[in-house]
Design a binder for this molecule. Sequence first.
Ligand code: NCD
Length: 310
Amino acid sequence: MTTLKGKDILRADQLTLDEIELIMQTAARFESVMRAGGRLTNMSGKVLATLFYEPSTRTRLSFESAMLRLGGQVISVAEARTSSSAAKGETLFDTGKMIESYADVAVIRHPAIGSAQELADGASIPVINGGDGAGQHPTQALLDLYTIRKEKGTVEGLTVTLAGDLKNGRTVHSLSALLANFGVRFYFVAPAALAMPTEITAGLRQRRVEIVETSDLAEAAAQSDVLYVTRVQRERFTDPAEYERLKGSYVVDLALVKAAKPGITLMHPLPRVDEIVKELDAYDGAAYFRQAANGVQVRMALLALVTGQA
Ligand code: NCD
């Protein structure tokens, strides 16, 4: 039987198809219990530690909400970068060593690629990667998949455009790997300086995934069932002028959606800066706020599964 008990969730490409389905089914089960007004107590007596060394609104709040909705409790270091012992030079490995006596599961967000792995190497409790620099964001990809299925009915065979900062955007790194399991065709739309890393495109092509790389967003949108837009990741730039040059590269507006494939679903991991105009919020296919809401049940599923409480 498939189980995630005791496992860390560090990268999207670590997950087998059976594990992905288990997460999706568990999330749907929790969602239907909550929808019916039921109370869940799966995590009663358990403690989640959240360690956020980088800004977050949705990821942190939805993990904390998920834990509370399962009857568990949360401890956290607010602004871990300045107020935790990291500011005194403690390594994440050592933090991991001690955290196991405080909590049953931990979520970390950190600016360095590989940081979640380092914490997990030190910790015996399951560690969930809530975003490691420009690396991975597997829980976002899982809620994105959950959202696509809910919005479209299926993910099999869809055409998906990933647009924006594909170089630094960790959500698209994880999402492309996850969707590659389902026969999705991709358009990758980015300015040349922010193109999807070649290790990722090469890996996908090796898995026989069809990818079109273009800078023409309108052309891609005309062919796509889903348009997933990302923010230019300002915090990853060393040169502010380079950020200024690239930040407005793609803006999704009414004209673009009118010319796109009818019924196109708009997604965004949020926060948006100016990539999707506000007027589109009223468009039926604008799924980004529903997408954020789905984060709660998907993260409930992850917390319960890795602790063996699902
Ligand atoms: C994303 C992230 O942190 O990578 N935010 C999120 O978790 N929803 C996207 C972003 O910050 O642009």
